[in-house]
Design a protein around this ligand. Structure first.
Ligand code: FE2
Length: 283
């Protein structure tokens, strides 16, 4: 098995689409406190797929809005900035994360579902540290496993049922076979995408949150939410059963391990809704 450098793996992910321009602009506007809803609706309306998604989301059962939104403008007003932020982010990485990943034993959409669950869970956990941190935690959760894309193409040609692949976590195998794991790889992709430092670090340390200095709360929130999703069995693939939980992360965000069930219950409707959106989007 040849060893790869992070750069070589990133070039293997060469077909990764960059964040769509409209999504990038919309995110900048949402983060700007002076943005008005009208301008934002104007930007979103420029991208057909995004506009359709915003409308569907506003009218979805998850938000339970009484009067249906028929224009992007209405949808923007109904949903509000925070929800839009989450939605635009999710939509902008959906194309990347919904691909099937046979190397990891993941069907089409499974990595995406897992990411949505981790994102929603991390936001919930980080809520006690304020809205800003909570939104960043959502973003970090959404992207924490993006590094898997780097290995996927290589792994596809590897027989992961062979004896030397058994009994190890995927992180160990990634490191052993490639010299880096998907957390490190994900951080490299995040740097490529020019994401802010705390976010890069949260991705880098989402399996070992105690090592994070910058972005420590984000890393811990993502780790706890990731553990909850593993428990639920969403997006496990070949990775699931060897997941190592870091008890310090639970302490850091004051989330008791026996409350993981509660987290799963709160996150599940969000994952279901996201799944629905994605299927609708493919039609
Ligand atoms: Fe991971």
């Amino acid at each position: 098995m040849p060893r790869y450098t992070v750069e070589q793996l990133i070039s293997l992910v060469g077909e990764l689409p960059p964040m769509p321009l409209v999504a990038r602009r919309a995110l900048e506007m949402i983060r700007d406190p002076d943005t008005n809803m009208r301008d934002l609706a104007g930007i979103l309306a420029m991208d057909q797929a995004l506009a359709a998604l915003v409308l569907r989301w506003a009218n979805s059962a998850y938000y339970g809005i009484k009067f249906p939104a028929s224009t992007v403008q209405q949808a923007v007003t109904y949903l509000g900035m925070r929800t839009l932020h989450s939605l635009v982010l999710a939509a902008s990485v959906a194309a990347v994360l919904e691909r099937p990943m046979p190397g990891y034993g993941l069907e089409r959409g499974e990595l995406w579902q897992h990411a949505m669950g981790v994102a929603a869970g991390a936001r919930l956990i980080a809520g006690r540290f304020g809205n800003q941190v909570a939104e960043e935690a959502y973003h970090a959760g959404l992207l924490c496993d993006v590094g898997k894309l780097g290995f996927e193409m290589v792994l596809r040609n590897v027989d992961t049922t062979a004896a030397d692949w058994q009994g190890y976590s995927f992180e160990d195998l990634e490191s052993a076979h490639f010299g880096v794991d998907h957390a490190e790889m994900g951080a490299a992709i995040a740097v490529n995408w020019r994401l802010p430092g705390p976010l890069v670090n949260a991705i880098r340390y989402h399996h070992q949150p105690s090592k994070a200095t910058e972005g420590a709360i984000l890393a811990a929130s993502v780790h706890v939410a990731d553990s909850a999703m593993m428990m639920l069995g969403v997006g496990l693939g070949k990775d699931g059963l060897q997941y190592e939980v870091d008890p310090q992360a639970f302490e850091r965000v004051s989330w008791k391990p026996d409350r993981l069930n509660e987290l799963v219950e709160k996150v599940l409707p969000f994952v279901e809704e996201a799944k629905l959106m994605l299927t609708m989007n493919r039609k």
